[in-house]
Design a protein around this ligand. Structure first.
Ligand SMILES: [Zn+2]
Length: 67
């Protein structure tokens, strides 16, 4: 889950990875040392997506022109 610009551990709410407005995170293990669990969040343009929520993987569009 994302709270105040950070991806936080869903279990213990520890801040794990900073998420910017245009951050994209996919297929990257994020390890919580407290829970000793790896999470695989999908973050697209700063918004967390559900496991079965598709997103348009188009880096050239994400990097820019329309914003
Ligand atoms: Zn944790």
């Amino acid at each position: 889950m994302i709270v105040d610009g950070w991806y936080t551990c869903p279990a213990c709410r520890r801040r794990l990875v900073k998420v910017e407005r245009d951050s994209v995170l996919f297929g990257v293990p994020v390890y919580c040392r407290k829970c000793k669990v790896e999470w695989f969040p999908t973050v697209y343009l700063g918004r967390e997506l559900g496991d079965d929520e598709p997103f348009d993987w188009n880096p050239s569009a994400a990097s820019g022109q329309s914003r």
